[in-house]
Design a protein around this ligand. Structure first.
Ligand code: ARG
Length: 390
């Protein structure tokens, strides 16, 4: 019997995919990536076995996710279409890496995933898998199976006694990990409707937020967040803490009409409190320590980096090259940023760095002014010369 390693989440789709692959004659190995989605993994495992899995691997990959995927994106300030911190997109190549690793260990013939043929995730999985293991077959059951609706899948699951009651209650399609929550479908498909409060998982709405602001100070070392309010945190704890505190203050919601790679425009809402806080602080620190030209050029790189992550091109030479550039910009991104969290806002209010390029004696309008204003006249003449000539 040929083996297939399936990226399995425990939801209706991947439960049915497990059974479906089984029916097609495969030995099915399910891989569950713990990226911080806050699920009962014991239950998910049981469900996989009932569905027909021969073996279930569950692996906590949160730390690797944060260190090797999230931090590079943070250093690059990568954000897609101005609103999406790429939580889902960053997780896919890492899951692909483990699918391949397990496929090798199990001497599998193929890997499989539960993505539909309409989304970005199929692209991210398959491009990554092809790069890491060009010889492995890839099966995408949802693109080829006979079920036309969720209802048909539920009936199929029932037929095989797969307990999917718990998976069908949600009116939205949700992808969650430690870096954020992506929420789509249901009423959100109506663009004229404001997202209902019940769509949000980890952020509080205005009616339940605190009435006083909260100040926090984040310390970065070479672009990596290390401390909050003077206390050293492990990355995972730092992100968890910021999600919690940011969530209480309603920070990190966004509502995006986004351009998918497959050409469709779709509407997705996102929650990313920690990402919002860390990006805000990181950019603020860069404003202080990077010179103008580097900062401006880096903004262009941010766009490219976000696109590359969104497009599933993580394991490519471009990504590696951009990382080298971005890393070389982070040597002096060390210092502290104080932020105010209040009613959904995250506002930098104070900054400090040993590498600050802000010189008060140059900026001041007071008496300590050291800037030689006489030099400005000649500078402006030459700067404007091409246009004067014209
Ligand atoms: N649109 C986001 C992306 O392409 C998230 C996709 C998954 N979303 C979901 N709700 N299942 O990265």
């Amino acid at each position: 019997m040929k083996k297939v390693v399936l990226a399995y989440s425990g939801g209706l789709d991947t439960c049915c995919a497990t059974r479906w692959l089984k029916e097609k004659g495969y030995k099915v190995i399910c891989f569950v990536a713990d990226l911080g989605q806050d699920e009962d993994f014991k239950l998910i495992e049981e469900r996989a076995l009932i569905a027909g899995a021969d073996r279930v691997y569950i692996k906590d990959i949160k730390e690797e996710f944060l260190e090797d995927f999230v931090i590079p994106a943070l250093k690059a300030n990568a954000i897609y279409e101005g609103k999406y911190f790429l939580s889902t997109a960053l997780g896919r190549p890492l899951i692909a890496k483990y699918l391949v690793e397990i496929a090798r260990r199990e001497k599998a013939y193929a890997v499989a995933h539960g993505c539909t043929g309409k989304g970005n995730d199929q692209v991210r999985f398959e491009v990554s898998i092809r790069i890491l293991a060009p010889d492995l077959e890839i099966i995408a059951p949802l693109r080829i199976w006979e079920f036309k609706s969720r209802q048909e899948e539920i009936e199929y699951a029932k037929k095989y006694n797969i307990p999917v009651e718990a998976t069908k209650k949600k009116p939205y399609s949700i992808d969650r990990n430690i870096w954020g929550v992506s929420i789509e479908a249901g009423i959100l498909e109506d663009l004229e409707v404001e997202p209902p409060e019940d769509a949000y998982l980890i952020t509080k709405g205005p009616s339940t937020q605190m009435t006083y602001p909260k100040y926090i100070e984040i310390y970065f070392e070479k672009g990596i967040p290390k401390r909050i309010d003077g206390k050293i945190y492990k990355l995972k704890n730092l992100v968890n803490y910021l999600n919690e505190i940011g969530g209480i203050y309603g920070v990190g919601r966004s509502d995006l009409i986004e351009n998918r790679l497959v050409g469709i425009k779709s509407r997705e809402i996102y929650e990313a409190p920690a990402a919002t806080i860390l990006y805000t602080a990181h950019k603020e620190l860069e404003s202080l320590v990077l010179d103008r030209e580097l900062l401006h050029f880096k903004e262009i790189i941010s766009l490219k980096y976000a696109e590359l992550v969104y497009y599933g091109l993580w394991f490519t030479p471009l990504k590696k090259a951009l990382d080298s550039f971005v890393d070389s910009t982070q040597d002096y991104v060390t210092g502290s940023i104080r932020l105010k969290l209040f009613k959904g806002n995250c506002i930098p209010v104070a900054r400090r760095s040993p590498y600050s390029l802000y010189k008060k004696e140059l900026a001041t309008y007071g008496r300590e002014d050291k800037f030689n204003q006489n030099l400005a006249e000649g500078f402006i003449k030459i700067w404007g010369l091409p246009y004067k000539i014209r």
